[in-house]
Design a protein around this ligand. Sequence first.
Ligand code: ADP
Length: 494
Amino acid sequence: MERQYIVALDQGTTSSRCIIFDQNETIVALAQKETRQIYPRPGWVEQDPMEIYATIYGAMNEALAQAGVGPAQIAAIGVANQRETSILWDKETGKPVCNAIVWQCRRTAEDCEVLKAQGLEPLVRRKTGLLIDGYFSATKIRWALDNIPGARRLADQGRLLFGTVDTWLLWKLTGGAVHKTDYTNASRTMLFDIHARDWDEELLRALDIPRQILPEVCASSGLFGMAQAGGRQIPVAGMAGDQQAALFGQACFEPGDCKNTYGTGCFLLVNTGDLAPQSRSGLLTTMACGAGGKPCYALEGSVFAGGSVVQWLRDEMRFIVEAADSEYFAAKAPDNGGVYFVPAFTGLGAPHWDMYARGAIYGLTRGTGRNQIIRAALEAVAYQSNDVLQAVVQDSGLALKELRVDGGASRNQFLMQFQADISGVRTVRTQNAEATALGAAYLAGLAQGVWQDPAEIKRRKPIEAVYEPAMDPAVRAKNLAGWQAAVSRTLTRQ
Ligand code: ADP
C-alpha cells in the first residue's frame, strides 16, 4: 500500500509545531518554531496573530521538506491549538484589529466580577459548562469591541470576524474562504450552549457580542475546507482544542476513558459520552471527541502547580540539577516521613478553589532533609491530580478503568507509581508522547479514510509502561488523611 501522510499542526502558547505522521502513526518529521509572548501591562498577555500563522506555516513547510513529502502525498491536515485565545480581524483586509488576547491574560478579571455581580454565573454554568472567568474568550471579545477603535463599527458593517486560534489558522490556510470552528473550541468561549450545540442568544445579548462575527461550528472530524499549500489543495479535516486533542490522541474514545497530562500544570479529562454532568466540585463540563471523532462531553479539571513544582525545586531551591533527578532523590526517602507539601503557588484549583491560598510544607522535623522534601513535592503532584480524579468520579458517576498519562513529568516512574497507589487506578503511559498532535492527526485521518476503525486504533496503541496500584490500604488511608489535613490548613477559607 502506498504510504499516506497526515500533517498535524499543534499551535501552543509558546511554540508552533508541525508533526507529520504516516498511516502507522510513525512520526516522519517534526518542526518547531517559538512564538513570542507580549506583555504590554502587568497581567496582560498577547501574541501577534500574523506571527502565529507565519510560524505554523513555516513549521509545516520545514516538516514537509524534512520528510521529503510533496503536498500531493498529504491525505489531510489536522489542527490542535491553545484554547480560548481570541483573535479579531477585518475580513476585507485580512488584518487583525489587535493582537491575539491570550488565554492567560487577566485584563478582563474585573469585567468578570461585574458579570458575577449581575447574577450571570448560574446561566453560564448551566449553558456553557464553564465558570465565569477571564480565561474564556467571551470577555476578551467584549473588551476588544469596547476598546479597539473602529472594532464595533467593523462589526456593524459585517466585516469583523472572531476566531479562536483554530479558526484563524483555517481562515488563513484557506485563503480567507472558510470561517469555521469545532465544538471543542466553541465550548471554551463562554458563549456556546453545549446542550443545544449552538451559540447562545441570551449570553450574546448579555455580553453585547454580535452573532455575525462568530464562526460556524462543526464536528471536530470532517472536512472544514481546503488549504492551499505548495500550489495544491489539501483538506483540513480535523480540529480540536489541545486538551481534547490529547484525550483523543490517547484513544480515550469511550465514556470513562480518562487522561492526565503532566506538564507545567496538569490537565485531567474524562470522556463522559452523551452525558454532560454538571459538576458540584468546580470542574468544567466541556465538549470533546468520542469514537470516530463524533461530538461527546468531558469533565475537565486542572492542577495549577504540576511539573512547575519540580522546576521550583530545581531553580529556586537548587535541590536538583535536572527535573528528572527528582526521581532518584525521592526514591531515597523510604516514606513520606510525615511531610506534606501543598504547592499552592498561585492558589488551589478544583475541587478546593481558593485563589488566595499560598504554598506550605508541613510536618518538618530537625531530621527532615532534601530527599524528603523532593519526595513530598512529587507526591503533591499526584495528590492534587487524585483530588481532581476523585471529583471526576463523583460528578460523573463513572468508574474509571485506568488513567492514561502523557506530558514531561509522566516520565517520572516514582510519580507514576505513587499516582497509581494513591488513586487506586492503573496508570498507563502510552508510547507516543505526542498525544496532542496525534489526536489532531486521528481526527483528520478518520475523516479522510486514512483510518477507518477507532477500535483498531485503540487496540494497537503501544503501551510503554503500566503502574498497578500496590499500596497497603491502611498506608493509603493514612497518607490521604495527612494530605487532606495539610490542604485544610492551607485554605484561607476555613
Ligand atoms: P509544558 O508543555 O507545560 O511546557 P512538558 O510536558 O514539556 O510541559 O513538561 C515539562 C514539565 O515537566 C516541567 O515543569 C518539568 O519540571 C517537568 N518534568 C519534566 N521531566 C520530569 C521528570 N522526569 N520528573 C519530574 N518532572 C519532570
